[in-house]
Design a protein around this ligand. Structure first.
Ligand SMILES: C[S@@+](CC[C@H](N)C(=O)[O-])C[C@H]1O[C@@H](n2cnc3c(N)ncnc32)[C@H](O)[C@@H]1O
Length: 253
């Protein structure tokens, strides 16, 4: 077993004897090929979680994610074009450089092309990037939630930087922080496969019946597993980049 694990190319390996689990850390390359390699080398193991490390992009960058969304990291203090979103973030996740963030933004554009979605919940807001994109695409009110204090602080800085404090409310916590059920037109959840598995059933009732959900943070090989978690939803669209996937779902019950 030890030899099998060493052959996988992980940059660090932790063995937790208490939980009988193994944590492997890899360079940020295509996740799908890593998961397939693990399944091939260590047949019979169960992958409990495939996590994401903060997506460190360059200190200054400008990326056009879609024709309507351009993310400017680290530099400007004032937006110079209509499509520009300014980000100061560097500790929390959400520079826009990770494929899961980009996939969510593309699906958000699809969702807003289908109908107007005024009330949005962004569960795991990180830098606030998706909440800011939602406002850009037409949301009237967005609630951004994160369990990390650092993320909430950085999201607040980014909200102020983009002068949308009247539209985005930030809450430090998780699903239990949202008391009112069934009020959101769109729910965004770029989390991890393990978190989606555990939070999934409590996330769905937060949206209106026929409300939309965009979920991401998992590999294309885990797609069916995630779809099974959201049994009260039907699949409207999916997208993938570098082995990471995202789904656009509609609640039907
Ligand atoms: C992958 S990042 C996504 C950040 C940003 N939304 C994006 O798409 O780039 C996931 C975020 O979810 C937060 N998170 C993890 N588990 C959570 C939970 N149970 N409830 C709320 N937030 C959570 C993390 O702190 C992290 O900021």
């Amino acid at each position: 077993m030890e030899e099998d694990v060493e052959g996988l190319g992980a940059i660090s390996i932790y063995l937790d004897e208490l939980w009988n689990s193994l944590t492997l850390v890899f360079e940020p390359v295509e996740i799908d090929s890593i998961l397939k390699r693990i399944e091939r080398h260590l047949s019979g193991v169960e992958i409990l979680e495939a996590g994401l490390l903060p997506d460190k992009g360059p200190v200054f960058s400008e990326i056009e994610v879609t024709p309507r969304i351009r993310l400017s990291l680290g530099g400007a203090r004032k937006a110079s074009t209509q499509d520009q979103i300014l980000l100061k973030s560097h500790l929390s996740f959400g520079s826009g450089h990770h494929p899961t963030t980009a996939c969510c933004i593309r699906l958000m554009e699809k969702a807003y092309a289908l109908r107007s979605l005024p009330m949005v919940l962004d569960m795991g807001t990180g830098s606030g990037v998706l909440a800011l994109c939602a406002v850009k695409l037409g949301a009237e009110r967005v609630v951004g939630v994160d369990i990390s204090h650092v993320a909430c602080k950085e999201a607040l800085e980014n909200v102020n930087l983009n002068q949308v404090a009247g539209k985005i409310l930030l809450v430090c916590g998780s699903v239990e922080a949202i008391r009112q059920k069934g009020i959101f037109d769109l729910l965004l959840a770029n989390l991890t496969v393990g978190t989606l598995r555990s939070l999934g059933p409590s996330l769905v009732p937060l949206t209106k019946t026929q409300g939309l959900m965009i979920v991401s943070g998992f590999a294309t090989t885990q797609l069916n597993e995630v779809i099974k978690t959201f049994t009260a939803c039907r699949l409207l669209a999916k997208t993938a980049e570098k082995g990471w996937a995202a789904l656009l779902l509609e609640r039907f019950s």
